[in-house]
Design a protein around this ligand. Structure first.
Ligand code: NAD
Length: 490
């Protein structure tokens, strides 16, 4: 089978990476470029034997990696991060070509964040074993022991960032991992294996098994040799993954989709709010955190909408590798069908398409930034994540109404509130979401908790919360008084 794929002169392995070796398969799947729809190449599809071999390799590598301690692992991980930075330009170009993300966002901030995901947790792990509780009866040394073998599963919308965001804490905590990249954008995860190899990460510590979710992913999460499953993806898949985890009683972390409210109060800076609302179309709306429900106080709705329309009309849709592009392609023909289906059903149901609502002339996989009004709270387009450049618009007259609309879906990932600090804070406190940005959007600090409530997920990533998941917390007790067993009659 095809061993490497050429992306604009960059060679990317199409094979698995198991126990420090590249491994092929008798089966493959096709990877497409969303920019022009062309076939990029055939990627090894993980069979049961590959999944089991990767988990076994991770299991064998675990004792030595765990025994290195935080300091020893830090040295490895800092080398991994600096190697990743050296590969930065190649990673950015391959990711943009493979999943259609804006190249200008990947270069610089995107790659830097990936390296930081590794370095930050390598350093934080050094502080982990210092917990001590002076109890009434004993001194408690609270240890963060590595959990063992972790399966890391990521979606296609940001595979490099999301994989490093899991790899950093999992490895720094002393675990070994099996990465299952997304089948619609598998290439940069393959490059991470080469980076690990070049950085001298011991064999078996990082394994990558490519493949289709329903087969390869399902086999990995059902493997009894797995101690943690960290999953980022959609709600329907999360139910299957959580079911497999439940069957084996393996802790699972779920970072899922959203339908986040974007609330604009009457005392907001309307230009700032509208320009930030336009940002929700970035990456063609394929962003879990996007505030896709615009909820605007009625008295300022006309002024807000005028500015939003003006800003959106200036957004260039097209090739994500160009610096002037703001909205790239939709990842896959199936995904653009899904997006178009949502809009068509909303239109057929009587909703008003304020702008967009059709494919964009830039190419087969491009969709116009779309705004839909005239919707009821229980409409499908209000309740379900589209994961495309489609926003809905609703108005409210009171804060109570805004909060009721905002909290009126089964999701709860993030929220955005624009208004005076006092009002925005009051509303933010009432939102049932894992995160809220006041008068801003997408400020993501690695030391802060990240995650959702309801159908947006279970568990938190970021800072010490990542280690809560990737570690077994152990209490080692030393008696405070001389200890004697007491028996009746003595
Ligand atoms: P998806 O659920 O279809 O796939 C995610 C991953 O799961 C892929 O790697 C896939 O191969 C794998 N998978 C599929 N079936 C599986 C199974 N039965 N067992 C194990 N693994 C399986 O999601 P997607 O379409 O790739 O990604 C889009 C979704 O991800 C959206 O809902 C988006 O909101 C969400 N997302 C969430 C976050 C977050 O941090 N909360 C970040 C990015 C994306």
């Amino acid at each position: 089978m095809q061993e490497t794929i050429d992306i604009d002169g960059i060679q990317v392995s199409a094979l698995h990476y198991i126990d420090g070796e590249r491994v092929g398969s008798t089966e493959s799947f096709v990877d497409h470029c969303p920019i022009d729809g062309r076939e990029i190449g055939h990627i090894a599809a993980g069979l049961d034997a590959h999944c089991d071999a990767a988990v076994d390799a991770a299991r064998r590598a675990f004792p030595a990696w765990a025994a290195l301690g935080p300091q020893g692992r830090r040295d490895h991980l800092l080398r991994f991060a600096s190697t990743l930075r050296r590969w930065g330009e190649k990673l950015a170009r391959v990711e943009s070509e493979d999943n259609g993300m804006l190249l200008k966002r990947l270069r610089g901030p995107g790659i830097e964040r990936c390296a930081h995901n590794i370095e930050f947790f390598a350093e934080l792990a050094m502080t982990l074993e210092q917990g001590a509780i002076d109890g009434e009866k004993a001194l408690h040394e609270v240890r963060h022991d590595p959990a063992g073998v972790c399966v890391l599963i990521t979606p296609w919308n940001s595979p490099l960032m999301l994989t490093t965001w899991k790899l950093g804490p999992a490895l720094a905590a002393g675990n070994t991992v099996v990465v299952k990249p997304p089948e619609w954008a598998p290439l940069t995860c393959s490059m991470l294996a080469d980076i690990a190899h070049e950085a001298g990460i011991p064999r078996g510590v990082i394994n990558v098994v490519q493949g289709i979710g329903q087969t390869t992913g399902a086999r990995l999460v059902a493997n009894l040799g797995v101690d943690r499953i960290s999953f980022t993806g959609s709600v329907p898949t999360a139910r299957l993954v959580a079911g497999a985890a439940a069957a084996n009683l393996v802790p699972v972390s779920l970072e899922l989709g959203g339908k986040s409210p974007f609330i604009v109060l009457s005392d907001a800076d309307l230009e700032l709010a509208a320009d930030t609302a336009a940002l929700q179309y970035r990456n063609a709306g394929q962003v879990c955190l996007a505030g896709t429900r615009l909820l605007v106080e009625k008295s300022v709705a006309p002024a807000f909408m005028a500015r939003l329309k003006q800003t959106v009309s200036g957004l260039k849709v097209g090739d994500p590798r160009r610096d002037d592009t703001e909205i790239g392609p939709i990842i896959h023909p199936r995904q653009i069908e899904r997006v178009a289906g949502f809009v068509d059903r909303a239109r057929a149901g009587g909703a008003e398409i304020l702008w967009g609502g059709q494919r964009h002339a830039a190419g087969d996989l491009f969709y116009e930034p779309t705004l839909i009004a005239g919707v009821a709270q229980d409409d499908e387009i209000v309740q379900n994540e589209v994961f495309g450049p489609v926003l809905v618009f609703q108005t409210f007259e009171t804060e109570d109404e805004a909060v009721a609309l905002a909290n009126g879906t089964r999701y709860g990932l993030a929220g955005v509130v624009f208004g005076s600090d006092a009002r925005a804070t009051a509303v933010a406190h009432r939102l049932r979401t894992g995160m809220v940005w006041k008068n801003s959007f997408f400020l993501r600090d690695i030391e802060a908790p990240f995650g959702g409530v309801g159908e947006s997920g279970m568990g938190r990533e970021g800072g010490p919360w990542s280690f809560d998941f990737f570690c077994d917390i152990k209490d080692v007790m030393t008696p405070k008084q001389p200890y004697r067993p007491i028996f009746a009659g003595r």
